[in-house]
Every structure is written in C-alpha cells, then in structure tokens.
Design a protein around this ligand. Structure first.
Ligand SMILES: C[S@@+](CC[C@H](N)C(=O)[O-])C[C@H]1O[C@@H](n2cnc3c(N)ncnc32)[C@H](O)[C@@H]1O
Length: 395
C-alpha cells in the first residue's frame, strides 16, 4: 500500500475542504474523491438501519416499526429485497443522531442496529440452520449476532422462556467468532449474552493462524451427554475459548479435521468508507484517527494482514462452502487488490454474485475479473461505504 504521507502528483484538494492534511493525503494516495467526504460531513445524513430479531412475526415487526418511528421521530421503512431490514430517516431538519439504543425494541432485544451493507454481507453466506460458520474478525459482533440469529426459526412470535440452555428449536448450527482484541471480544460477548445466543463460541486468537475445528455440539452427538467431571475419551477440551456455552466447550475427538460450511472475513481495515464513523472524528479529534488508522507502518502491514486472513479463512472452509470477504474501506488496495492477489493464488475459487443488493443498484466493478464483487458508495446508496465479495470453494 502506498505511504499516505508521501508527496503525490495528484492536485491538492479543494481549498474549501477542512479535512486534516493526513486524511487528504490518504485519499489522494488511494485516488478517492475528497468531495465525497466533504459532502458527507456537511449536508448528508446517512440512513440508519436496523434488523428485527428472527423470532418476530411479520405483524410484530410491522408494529415494532411504528413504535420505533414514534420513539425516534423518524420515518421507518422496510428495505426492499433485504429480509428483516428497516431504514430509519429522521423527520427533523437538524442533524439529529438516530439513537436506536433508546428504543424499547432495542432494550428488549427485538432489534439490532446494523448497517444494511453489513446485513448484505451476512446474507451472502446463505446460512442454513445446521451450518457451522466461522467469523474470523468478529468483534464487536454485529455480523456474528446476525449469523446466530439467522439460525433460529423465523417468525414464531416472542417467546422469552427459553433463555437458558440450548434452544431446541435451533437446527444445530453454530457460530465460531475469533478476534485478536480481548477488549472488543468482551463487547461481543455482552451482545451474545444480551440476545441469548447459545450456539456461539468466541476465541481470542489471531485469525491468520486460527484452526480450531468446527464443533460437534453435545446435542448432536450420539448417546446421552456425559458428566464432564470424569475422563471421557470421546471428548477433549478446546483450546480455551473466551466464551462458550457448556454444550460447545468440548469437541468430539474424531472431528479434529472438521472444516466450516461458511466463513466470513470482515477484515480489519482503515474504516474510511464508514461515513458515520469518519464524522465522529470531528468531535473526537482527528489526531485519534491519524494514530489509529493512518500510521504508515500500520497501513503497510494491513494489506498483508487482509491477505493472510482471507487465505486462512479459505483454508478453514469446506469444499463447496461459501466465504465472504468484506471491508468498510473504499480503497482498491484493501479490496480489489486483495481479491486479485487471492484469485491468482487460488485459481479454483470462483467469485459469485452477491444477492440482496439490487435495491441499491451498486455500480458494477469495471474489472471483469471482479464483476461480481460489490462496492457501496455512501452518497449513491445512502448506506455506509462498504465492499463485499462472495467466493465459492470448488467441491
Ligand atoms: C471491521 S472489524 C470487524 C467488525 C465485526 N465483523 C462486526 O460485524 O462487528 C475488524 C476486527 O478485526 C480484528 N482483528 C484485527 N486483526 C486481527 C487478527 N489478526 N485476527 C483476528 N481479528 C483481528 C479487530 O480487532 C477488529 O475487531
């Protein structure tokens, strides 16, 4: 990746831009338009999105949307073609923040605040109730919770009685989340607990080398579950998980090579596409953004990290399985270049169309080798800026 602080031949940004010099240099180095950010910061209010929990019936979701609209003084509309997603647009003219966390629906766990582009990345996995899914960069856990929720049966109404132990209505699928940051993983664990996902285990580990096999949950093994106090030859303990419900703490020793049905690599990136996030630095101070994201040494390592995460995700995927690679960066270096590198290295991998994005009409990528990958431009789509690609492993 180019050094964002290096001098560039690209003309200086418009004098009206008051973005900090280091960010402007980053944009120039990656050929990203400055006015996208200037517009977004000055006049543009991105929509907020939320997703309803799987257990809600269609009628309950509709009445929740009415309640959210009134609590937030906003228009709430179902997103066409993206099941379970709703868009929230404030009615007032002021730059009011949409605080989904203040709604009653959020507090009782009936809705999750998550951008629709992240939802599209998760839906691209086409998760089945009995899939074992690996999320290699899972924290703080928006996508992981959606994955776990998608394994629950849909529209069975609100039933808060099954808050402990395995929900027998689940299809036996599991989600394994991995993140290198324990602090962020702690947030993820709080979300998992809040939404009572009992089919999720979390590991504080490096996703570039993580290789724990997919679990065989206790409720799926033949015979009655044994007392874990004694020696049980059919089980061996996991490398210590950061969080795991009792039934996912052990694996069947014969499953040591079990790969995952689906893998998501929502890679660490510069977050430059997330306009909502970028706007916050006006308040937090841009020096924080510079140290967190624009450090030249970090930027140079990022491309290698993204490639290595993708490659390891691919290793953990079953033949015939689907892997989704996504970032909230708009740079070529973190998206197209990573994919082209990967496709050259794994020629059997096929890029497939990303479903559920027709309503946003994203522009197709000009490089025909990547025509199925999708870029969400925040101004054109009124979403967060995002990149998603779906890859299939040959059988
Ligand atoms: C874009 S965020 C993931 C967001 C998350 N998927 C979600 O939906 O909430 C990227 C995450 O990658 C993690 N990360 C960075 N390097 C990693 C590594 N080597 N292995 C695993 N996770 C890593 C970061 O700690 C960060 O939480």
């Amino acid at each position: 990746m180019a050094d964002p602080t290096a001098p560039s031949d690209i003309p200086e940004a418009t004098p009206t831009s008051d973005l900090p010099a280091s960010f402007l240099a980053f944009l120039r180095a990656h050929d990203l338009p400055t006015d996208l950010y200037d517009q977004c910061r000055r006049q543009y209010r991105p929509h907020r999105y939320y997703r309803t929990a799987a257990h809600l019936t269609a009628a309950q979701s509709a009445s929740l949307s009415t309640a959210v609209a009134s609590q937030l003084n906003a228009t709430v509309t179902a997103v066409d073609g993206v099941p379970g997603f709703w868009s929230v647009e404030p009615l007032g003219n002021d730059d009011q923040d949409v605080r989904l966390s203040q709604t009653a629906g959020y507090q009782v766990g009936d809705l999750y605040g998550i951008d629709v582009t992240s939802g599209i990345a998760v839906l691209a996995l086409e998760v089945q109730p009995d899939d074992h899914v690996l999320d290699l960069c899972c924290a703080p856990g928006a996508k992981l919770c959606m994955l776990a929720d998608l394994m629950r049966p849909r529209g069975i109404g609100e039933d808060r009685s099954s808050s402990t132990g395995h929900d027998a209505r689940n299809g036996g699928g599991t989600v394994t989340g991995v993140d290198v940051s324990e602090a962020r993983l702690a947030t993820c664990r709080s979300l998992v607990r809040k939404y009572r996902h009992d089919n999720v285990r979390l590991f504080a580990a490096d996703g570039t080398t993580f290789d724990a096999p997919a679990p065989v949950p206790a409720w799926r093994r033949p015979g009655p579950p044994k007392d874990t106090g004694g020696v049980d030859e059919t089980r061996r303990p996991w490398r210590k998980p950061f969080h795991a419900p009792r039934l996912l703490r052990f694996e069947n020793s014969q499953s040591a090579t079990t790969l995952y049905d689906k893998v998501i690599v929502d890679a660490e990136c510069t977050h430059d596409g997330s306009i909502a996030h970028i706007r916050k630095y006006d308040t937090w101070g841009w020096d924080k953004f510079e140290t967190q994201f624009l450090d030249p040494e970090r930027l140079n390592c990022l491309a290698v990290l993204q490639r290595t995460l993708l490659l390891n995700g691919w290793r953990q995927l079953k033949p015939g399985g689907i892997l989704v690679y996504s970032t909230c960066s708009l740079t070529r270096a973190q998206n197209e270049d990573v994919l082209l590198w990967f496709l050259a290295r794994c020629p059997g991998a096929s890029l497939e169309a990303v479903p559920h994005c027709a309503t946003f009409n994203p522009r197709p990528l000009t490089d025909l080798r990547l025509q199925y990958a999708v870029r969400f431009n925040p101004i054109e789509t009124r979403t967060s800026g995002f990149f998603v690609a779906r890859l299939r492993k040959p059988c």
